[in-house]
Write a protein that binds this ligand. Structure first.
Ligand SMILES: Cc1ncc(COP(=O)(O)O)c(C=O)c1O
Length: 344
């Protein structure tokens, strides 16, 4: 065996995946973790005692728990703010602020943040700017191109798309951040398994096909729900009624399959509707090939304090549907019969 072959045989599937993720985001470095939450843990541990984080107000409950229950023990303080108005971000910056973190679109109310504007603010104040891109993936949105320092993923969701893996990742162009995060991956023992890396690597090959189909199905479902008399309001970035529709068009090249909507009525009607579904399963998570639905207030947004949930509109009638890759007519038939069963 000559030396080139010998070197090639030493490249691990984890490194192959990390390099692939980096290139999909036009980034220099990728690092994989065994979950998104472990990737976040590595990122937030870049800070020191006395530092401050500005975080989007609408975020996955697990992120909320991590920032409210774990990092304050290390005297790292956090403010949760509405990032749709960048003035709120400027006003929230303190002398000890070190990092800005947000999802765009957010989970579950699909609020959109102007990444380019936040990048300008972050750069002017020397803050680490982290964008969670789990909803849109690198196929529809490239936060590094818009000026973010770190893009973060739950690969568990769309990037893998087959609901059979837990993994997270970050991508960055910064030599310094890469070095620091790689050190944390090694020192904290937060490496993914080779099998999971292999599964995600295989799945990435169909990412464009899957995302285009999620978008097609998501749009059709959102338009259907928007016309149904038992639906009060639909939140979908692909509908012109979405408050940041123009911004979405500007900074992304498409929409995912997450459709949130308010049913008319309250918990009784939401529960009846959920129980009437035949094809769409009740489950947390999202981004897989199969359509799933949940009541965020009682599931993924449950760790968010009630006052903030109420302000965000995460209530008994808000449902979050992850539209899968099934025949969209079958999904609409299922939603229609379940909505009709409410009998308002
Ligand atoms: C937006 C968002 N980010 C991160 C996570 C957590 O991902 P993981 O299970 O890969 O840690 C979730 C889980 O539902 C989520 O909704």
């Amino acid at each position: 065996m000559d030396s080139d072959e010998n070197n090639n045989s030493k490249v691990s599937i984890q490194t192959i995946l990390e390099n692939s993720l980096a290139s999909l985001d036009n980034g220099k470095y990728g690092i994989c973790f065994p979950s998104c939450v472990s990737a976040m843990t590595a990122v937030f541990s870049l800070l020191k005692v006395g530092d401050h984080i500005i975080c989007g107000d609408d975020i996955f409950g697990g992120t909320c728990n991590l920032l409210r229950k774990v990092f304050p023990q290390f005297k790292i303080d956090v403010d949760f703010i509405d990032m749709t108005d960048t003035l709120n971000v400027e006003n929230a910056i303190k002398p000890n602020t070190k990092l800005i973190f947000y999802e765009t679109p957010t989970n579950p109310t699909l609020k959109v943040t102007d990444i380019h504007k936040i990048a300008k603010i972050a750069k002017s104040k020397n803050l680490i700017h982290v964008v969670e891109n789990t909803f849109l993936t690198s196929y529809f949105q490239k936060p590094l191109n818009l000026g973010a320092d770190i893009v973060l993923y739950s690969l568990t969701k769309y990037m893998n798309g087959h609901s059979d893996v837990f993994m997270g990742a970050i991508v960055t162009n910064s030599d310094g951040l890469y070095k620091q995060l790689k050190l944390r991956q090694d020192c904290m023992g937060i490496n993914p398994s080779s099998l999971d890396c292999h599964l995600v690597f295989q799945s990435l090959k169909t990412l464009p096909l899957r995302m285009r189909q999620h978008m097609f199905n998501g749009q059709r479902v959102a338009e259907f729900l928007d016309t149904h008399s038992s639906v009060q309001k639909v939140l979908y970035t692909g509908l012109s009624s979405h408050p940041q529709y123009e911004l979405s068009k500007k900074q992304t090249s498409g929409h995912c399959g997450i459709v949130s909507f308010y049913i008319k009525g309250s918990k009784e009607e939401s529960t009846k509707f959920l129980k009437s579904l035949k094809l769409i399963q009740i489950a947390v998570s999202f981004g897989g090939y199969e359509s799933i639905i949940q009541l965020p207030k009682y599931c993924t947004s449950n760790p968010v304090p009630e006052t903030r949930r109420a302000k965000l509109g995460i209530n008994d009638s808000l449902l979050r549907l992850s539209v899968g890759l099934e025949n969209v007519d079958d999904l609409i038939i299922d939603l229609n019969q379940a909505l009709n069963s409410i009998n308002l």
